[in-house]
Design a protein around this ligand. Structure first.
Ligand code: P6P
Length: 335
């Protein structure tokens, strides 16, 4: 149940009872993400004006240069989630290992863990192109009352209780699911509130947009090459349109609204693909499936993949159901 122009806070309260664990903790958790998103949005929006653009002079575990906003966003999300005393553990793209949160939860009574990519697409920051935050929420699997363990984070994507993203674009939106569909909220910066602007978001079953970095074409598996050639052929609604922003959240968001497919296949430089399973692919796959879309590695449903390590990468194909299934057909045929 949702009505347009409802604030995110009102929506959370109204829909809290639909969440089977509705003890209010998840609501408080989503609210803390909302707060962190507003704080990060404020910095992202003025990145060009203050000395926060550019390289933080460090590299993360991925070996990627840490942009200052990456570091800032990471700190703000961790700080906000810790202060609200709701989660027992956090994993982040910017942290080598997971963080056990017990500063105020010395008895480890909190039940939720959060995995985040605090600022995805950060290479776009200096050129004023959209970036995003991605989050994934699980209930812990180890006993309440004990410090979290790696196994709490290495859960299959199908165990997620909530997932979402913030897209810092021409407007700032928070889009999330708790397993009851996908809803999008747009920030009114003058008031500082998110308003329900995109209720019950759904991927069109078909689309005419494909998103992939074709600079890597020669490196792609044969099935992906054949699918791209299929997209480019003159027939019916093809050739499709190629749109690739270099920011997963933005490409996903546009494809969900207009219909389309996003692909980050494996290649020689990225033998397992580039995107991280736990805090990029799984949350986006949860959203995709909740919006009648699909997400796989070309063969296996993303949310069925058994994680083996915190920062593991997987090939990622996600978007309109019929387009993903067509790509999977080409992958199967080229086996
Ligand atoms: P490439 C950003 O670093 C990211 O993780 C996604 O947001 C984006 O789609 C992809 O990588 C871009 O990678 O190799 O095409 O520049």
């Amino acid at each position: 149940m949702s009505n347009k122009n409802q604030t995110l806070g009102e929506f959370i309260i109204e829909n809290q009872s639909s969440f089977k664990y509705s003890s209010g903790e998840l609501s408080r958790l989503i609210n803390s993400i909302r707060l962190a998103a507003k704080v990060v949005n404020h910095e992202v929006n003025k990145a060009g004006l203050v000395d926060i653009i550019g390289n933080a002079g460090d590299t993360n575990i991925q070996g990627e240069d840490q942009q200052k906003l990456d570091v800032y966003a990471n700190e703000k999300f961790i700080q906000t989630l810790t202060k609200r005393n709701i989660v027992c553990g956090i994993a982040s793209e910017e942290e080598d290992s997971f963080i056990s949160i017990n500063s105020q939860d010395e008895n480890h009574q909190n039940k939720y863990i959060v995995l985040i990519d605090p600022l995805d697409g950060s290479s776009n920051i200096d050129v004023n192109v959209s970036v995003g935050t991605i989050f994934s929420i699980y209930r812990r699997v180890t006993p309440v009352g004990t410090p979290v363990k790696l196994e709490d984070f290495l859960q299959k994507g199908r165990e997620q209780v909530a997932a979402g993203y913030v897209v810092y674009g021409t407007s700032t939106m928070l889009v999330y699911t708790t397993g009851h569909g996908v809803n999008g909220f747009t920030l009114n910066p003058a008031i500082g509130s998110f308003y329900l602007s995109h209720p019950d978001m759904k991927f069109p079953a078909d689309g005419t947009i494909y998103s992939v970095n074709e600079g890597n074409y020669l490196d792609f598996p044969l099935g992906i090459k054949n699918f791209i050639k299929y997209c480019q052929q003159e027939e019916g609604d093809r050739p499709y349109t190629s749109r690739y922003i270099g920011s997963l959240v933005s490409d996903f968001h546009r494809n969900m609204i207009k219909g389309g497919i996003y692909m980050y296949p494996k290649g020689s430089r990225n033998p397992n693909g580039k995107l991280r399973l736990l805090y990029e692919c799984n949350p986006m796959a949860f959203l995709a499936e909740q919006a009648n879309g699909k997400a796989s590695d070309g063969f296996t449903r993303i949310m069925d993949i058994e994680p083996t390590e915190l920062h593991q990468r997987v090939p990622f194909i996600c978007g309109s159901k019929n387009m993903v299934e067509k790509a999977e057909e080409f992958m199967e045929a080229a086996k």
